[in-house]
Design a protein around this ligand. Structure first.
Ligand code: GTP
Ligand code: MG
Length: 382
């Protein structure tokens, strides 16, 4: 188990922790009984004592923790008849300044770009829009991601919790490093990609060049006999926006079974979280299954709490959030990490117990990482 101490191990294999300290000492490793030890040291000890020590991944460990409370984070959504259609979750990705936020603004007809520090997106914004395709109202959930090279982890997370990726490429700039990075995240997550060739209002725009460039990376446009939809758009002149939404809906209908069970306890992912001066910890979460309700006890990564209020993407308080809805959660006792999963549990006590265990593990893992670093430092000293 990652971040375990010799005392933990001694308990497991029913020996005296002091003996383990001694065995390690004889092997030239100085470790105290309560200090967390790294994987290699555990393996070393195991080999010496003829124990087969298996190091459990943090994911497996968390699964075990939830199992102890009869909980499971994942795909099981109960009976087929409980499944209902849900909006597609679409992540907008691409190189810095290629117009992702502006494009979403245009789709929502609001103005987020004007409010951003330096016009650079530093967090993930999430919105739901309603559109009509073939006279049928369709809702789509959009997640904005930053294009700046510093935010690789955010893009990777964005690609993971999405159904479809819109790859935005500015037609005057063409394919750039984070275009390719974003594409690779989407491919790694096995997510279908729709390309939005943006800024075609510009005189220097060369949309066919973008098509040629992306063909080299395996995204062959439909009009060239390939399978990828390319849509020319302008966030400024609003040209092509309807076609882009249509392409998203077509992709969703053709390739994906977008259903979820709204009757179960909610589960999902935190896409952004921060400490607000007046409101305390605020987490923007995406509900992936179930319905999140005011009053629910939830655990989000190492944070927990009772949902005090839910705020939708236009700032309104709502009593509940169904599948695919992004919503701000108020009432957590601390700030979860972006990308942490959340789930509703039976009561506050359960939420606190799970959160405490995760917090303890996080600390132990950090300590173990520190211990490992120390060994390396000692190595270099010699
Ligand atoms: P990051 O979030 O930092 O990665 O940038 P972004 O991709 O969200 O770009 P953003 O929407 O902030 O737009 C960058 C600049 O391009 C802004 O000055 C926009 O006004 C401009 N812009 C975006 N779309 C268009 C477009 O279609 N045409 C023109 N002419 N300018 C655009
Ligand atoms: Mg942006």
């Amino acid at each position: 188990r990652r971040g375990a101490s010799l005392t933990d191990l001694a308990e497991k294999i029913n020996v005296d922790a002091a003996q383990l300290v001694q065995v390690l000492f004889s092997l030239g490793e100085m470790v105290t009984a309560t200090q967390s030890v790294n994987d290699e040291t555990l393996q070393l000890l195991g080999a010496e004592l003829n124990y087969n020590i298996q190091v459990v991944s943090p994911e497996d460990e968390d699964r075990e923790l939830l199992e102890r409370f009869d909980l499971e984070f994942g795909e099981d959504e109960g009976d087929e008849e409980d499944l209902e259609a849900r909006p597609a979750v679409v992540t907008v990705m691409g190189h810095v300044d290629h117009g992702k936020t502006k494009l979403l603004d245009a789709i929502r007809r609001s103005n987020v770009v004007a409010g951003e520090a330096g016009g650079i997106t530093q967090t993930i914004g999430a919105y739901q829009v309603s559109t009509e395709v073939d006279d049928v109202e369709r809702r789509i959930t959009f997640i904005d991601t930053p294009g700046h090279e510093a935010f690789t982890a955010m893009r990777a997370r964005g690609a993971k919790s999405t159904d479809i990726a819109i790859l935005v490429v500015a037609a005057d700039d063409g394919v750039m490093p984070q275009t390719i990075e974003a594409l690779n995240h989407a491919l790694a997550a096995d997510v279908p990609v729709v390309v939005a060739v943006n800024k075609i209002d510009k005189e220097t725009a060369d949309p066919s060049k973008v098509r040629g460039q992306l063909t080299e990376y395996g995204l062959v446009p439909e009009e060239y006999g390939g399978e990828t939809m390319f849509v020319d758009v302008s966030a400024v002149s609003r040209q092509g926006l309807d076609e882009l939404l249509e392409a998203v809906v077509l992709t969703a209908d053709a390739a994906l079974d977008l259903r979820a069970n709204p009757t179960m306890d909610a589960q999902g992912v935190a896409i952004e979280a921060h400490l607000d001066k007046g409101r305390g910890p605020v987490a923007t979460v995406l509900v992936q299954r179930g319905t999140l309700k005011v009053g629910d006890s939830i655990v989000a990564g190492p944070a927990h709490g009772r949902v005090r209020a839910l705020v939708n993407d236009i700032g309104e308080h709502v009593p509940e959030a169904p599948p695919s809805m992004p919503v701000q959660v108020l009432g957590l006792t601390s700030v979860p990490g972006a990308g942490d999963s959340f789930l509703v549990v039976a009561d506050d006590r359960t939420a606190r117990q799970i959160a405490d265990q995760r917090e303890a593990r996080k600390r132990a893992a950090a300590q173990a990482a520190g211990a490992r670093r120390k060994t390396l430092d000692q190595l270099f000293e010699q």
